[in-house]
Design a protein around this ligand. Structure first.
Ligand SMILES: Cc1ncc(COP(=O)(O)O)c(C=O)c1O
Length: 350
């Protein structure tokens, strides 16, 4: 099959192989898991036979990840910060009483997924990438409510198109609408884990926003006062000043974005003051730039935030703004091998 790289969107395109590893174990009297992981294997079979009572199907015992593989300007293959995704998936696994995938196994599986699907890594000029979707699911058949002890770890690769078809000044902006009637995650719930349940819970908010032509801004679920997340991305606000500030929410309910973490490092290097704190919704009126950030879009500028309950619209003066667009470029330069990778974020696969 010949892929038309330029027509790729952020959607699934099947590749030759997925990678799988299985965990079989049991629970000790105190609830801890004991068991072993198999070695990862590549398989062409994308169908997973599973018991209808599997804990992932019955109780949502599942977690996933998302990371990208880039074909650089030098034609080298770069995997971006897979160790950070391995760590975050381990946190999700612990949070949902699953067996964490050891970092070494995660790394081997990533490498195997890339090597077996090299022909699906898009050429540099296209701006497209190979997205990897690691997935961890509970497979123990159980009817009584409780965590299982058998798990399947899978890496699903898919080439995906660039988030924007155009670069530079033509980058489109997103408008967000606040929804105080749907919460994505509870204050001390699973919001900080990348688990399917959070996304299913957010659909009522995100789909309602899409029907109105917007994306959904989630506030903290306890008071609906502070900014939590932009649909499935972190929020960043920029305030110009003697020392420009990069402000991003501190919250127990948001996903620790690896893109945001990388951008914070770059922002500090560029002399910005990085501040993580609660951000009241009204503070958007004091910001010069704002954006959503994540693996899929890197940085997506925000032009407006609509608060229908208060009949208020916040308009960002700079959209897209020079500070966030500069950071976006700095990160992409590292990912595509155009700038020195000082932080050793990219793993090169020969
Ligand atoms: C809810 C949510 N927040 C934030 C992010 C951004 O995280 P990352 O930068 O690691 O992709 C994602 C995407 O993975 C997400 O699903």
């Amino acid at each position: 099959m010949q892929i038309d790289w330029n027509s790729l969107r952020f959607s699934y395109t099947e590749t030759d192989y997925i990678v799988r590893a299985s965990y079989h174990g049991h629970r000790l009297a105190d609830g801890t898991l004991e068991g072993t992981w198999s070695e990862p294997v590549a398989t062409r079979n994308k169908i997973l036979p599973m018991h209808v009572c599997a804990t992932s199907l019955q109780y949502g015992q599942e977690a996933f990840e998302g990371l990208k593989v880039f074909r650089g300007i030098d034609n080298k293959i770069r995997v971006f910060r897979w160790q950070a995704n391995a760590h975050r998936m381990q946190q999700s696994a612990i949070g949902l009483y699953m067996a964490p995938v050891p970092t070494e196994l995660f790394g081997k599986a990533v490498e195997l997924a890339v090597r077996k699907n090299k022909r699906f890594i898009p050429p540099y000029e296209t701006g497209a990438t190979l997205y990897l979707r690691p997935l961890l699911i509970g497979t123990t058949p159980k009817l009584g409510v409780g965590p299982g002890w058998d798990f399947e770890f899978i890496i699903i690769p898919s080439p995906v198109g660039p988030y924007y078809k155009t670069e530079g000044d033509a980058i489109p902006c997103q408008t967000f609408i606040v929804n105080r009637h749907v919460d994505r995650a509870a204050a001390f719930g699973t919001g900080r884990y990348k688990v399917g349940g959070n996304y299913a819970a957010s659909f009522r908010g995100t789909e309602t926003a899409h029907q109105q032509g917007y994306d959904c801004l989630f506030l903290d679920s306890r008071q609906h006062k502070y900014i939590d997340e932009c649909s499935a991305a972190n929020f960043i606000g920029i305030r110009y000043g003697e020392q420009t500030q990069y402000i991003t929410p501190r919250s127990s309910a948001i996903l620790p974005s690896i893109t945001n973490d990388s951008l914070m490092t770059l922002a500090k290097e560029q002399g910005l003051k990085v501040v993580r704190r609660h951000i009241r919704l009204e503070e958007i009126s004091q910001m010069d730039e704002a954006a959503a950030c994540g693996t899929a879009c890197v940085i997506s500028p925000i032009d407006k935030v609509i608060d229908p309950d208060k009949n208020q619209t916040y308009t960002l003066p700079q959209a897209p703004g020079k500070v966030l667009m500069g950071l976006r470029k700095a990160l992409q330069d590292i990912q595509y091998g155009r700038a020195e990778d000082k932080h050793h974020w990219c793993n090169i696969i020969q």
